[in-house]
Ligand binder design. Structure first.
Ligand code: NAD
Length: 272
C-alpha cells in the first residue's frame, strides 16, 4: 500500500481541543495541511484567532470555537456546532490540558515546599482533575454521541509520561490525573471497539510548548530535561505531527486502547 493512501485524512471532520498552542496546534495543523476539515477549540480567544488566521491564510479548511473544556455544557455545544458545520465527526483530539505546577524537587534538586504533599491546595488538585481528567471524560462522551450513530471514528487523548512514571519536578496531582486519563482510554476503547470507534492516547515526554507559562523555555528547566532525557533534548511540536497523523489515519486502523509514548527515551531511565 502506498504511503499517501495509508495516511489519507482528506476530508475528515476533525476537532482538536487546546488547539491554539503547542501539541494541539501541531495536531490541528498536520490534519488540515493534509486535507482534513478542522475545528480548533481553545479557551484562549486571542491565540485561537491567531492560529485559525494563520492556517486559513495558508489555504487550510479550519474554523475556531472558543470553549473552556472544564465547562461541560459549553463543550457539548461546541462539539455539536462543529458536527453541524462539518456534517460529521471523524476524529477528535482531546488534548487541552494544563501543567502540573511545582514538584517536590526543583530542577536543581532542592526540596520545594510549594510542591510538598502536605502543601498542595484543594484548588490545585481540583484544577488538575477538571482540566486533565474530567475534561477528557466529557470530550470522549461528546465525541461518542456523534460517532456511535455514524458508525465509527477516532478519539486521541493527550496523556503524558506522567501517566506511567512518578516525577519529582512536576506537581503531584498531575500524575494520577494523567494516569486516570490513560486508563479511561483503555476502558473507552474496550466498550467502543464494537462500534468502530478507536480510542488511543499519545503520551508525550517534555516538549517545548507554552505549557505552565512557558516554563520549558526557562534555561534551568530546559537544561534539566536536556540532562535527563536520553536523547538529550526536548521534543518540538513538529515532531508530534507524524504520530498524530498516524493515529487519525488508515495506517492505524487495527490499533485501539493503546498509549504511544513519544519522549526521546525519557521513560527508559537516564543514560550518558
Ligand atoms: N509540553 C509538554 O512537555 C507536555 C508533556 C506531556 C503532556 N503534555 C500535555 O499536552 C497537552 C497540550 O499541552 P501543550 O504542552 O501543548 O501546552 P500549551 O500550553 O502550549 O497548549 C495548551 C493549550 O490548551 C489550552 N487549554 C488549556 N486548558 C484549557 C481548557 N480548560 N479549555 C480549553 N483550552 C484549554 C491552552 O489555552 C493552550 O492553548 C496537555 O494535555 C498537556 O498536559 C504536555
Amino acid at each position: 500500500m502506498r504511503a499517501d493512501a495509508l495516511f489519507d485524512v482528506r476530508g475528515l471532520a476533525t476537532i482538536v481541543t487546546g488547539a491554539a498552542s503547542g501539541i494541539g496546534l501541531a495536531c490541528a495543523e498536520v490534519m488540515a495541511a493534509n486535507g482534513a476539515r478542522v475545528t480548533l477549540m481553545d479557551r484562549n480567544a486571542n491565540e485561537l484567532e491567531n492560529a485559525v488566521g494563520r492556517l486559513t491564510s495558508d489555504g487550510m479548511d479550519v474554523r475556531g470555537e472558543v470553549v473552556d473544556v472544564t465547562d461541560r455544557a459549553g463543550l457539548n455545544l461546541a462539539f455539536d456546532a462543529a458536527a453541524r458545520v462539518h456534517g460529521r465527526m471523524d476524529v477528535v483530539f482531546a488534548n487541552a490540558g494544563v501543567g502540573g505546577g511545582a514538584g517536590f524537587l526543583t530542577v536543581k534538586g532542592e526540596r520545594n515546599p510549594d510542591g510538598a504533599f502536605e502543601n498542595i491546595s484543594d484548588q490545585r488538585w481540583d484544577d488538575a482533575v477538571a482540566n486533565n481528567l474530567s475534561s477528557m471524560f466529557w470530550s470522549i462522551q461528546a465525541a461518542v454521541r456523534h460517532m456511535k450513530p455514524q458508525g465509527g471514528g477516532r478519539i486521541i487523548v493527550t496523556t503524558s509520561i506522567a501517566a506511567i512514571k512518578a516525577e519529582s519536578v512536576v506537581g503531584t496531582p498531575y500524575m494520577p490525573v494523567k494516569a486516570g486519563a490513560a486508563h479511561l482510554v483503555k476502558q473507552a476503547a474496550l466498550e467502543l471497539a464494537r462500534y468502530g470507534i478507536l480510542v488511543n492516547a499519545i503520551a508525550p515526554g517534555p516538549f517545548l510548548t507554552n505549557i505552565s507559562g512557558r516554563k520549558m523555555f526557562d534555561p534551568d528547566v530546559r537544561g534539566y530535561h536536556e540532562r535527563v532525557v536520553p536523547m538529550k533534548r526536548l521534543g518540538t511540536t513538529d515532531e508530534m505531527m507524524g504520530l498524530a497523523l498516524f493515529l487519525a489515519s488508515p495506517a492505524s486502523k487495527y490499533i485501539t486502547g493503546t498509549q504511544i509514548v513519544i519522549d526521546g527515551g525519557a521513560t527508559l531511565g537516564s543514560a550518558d
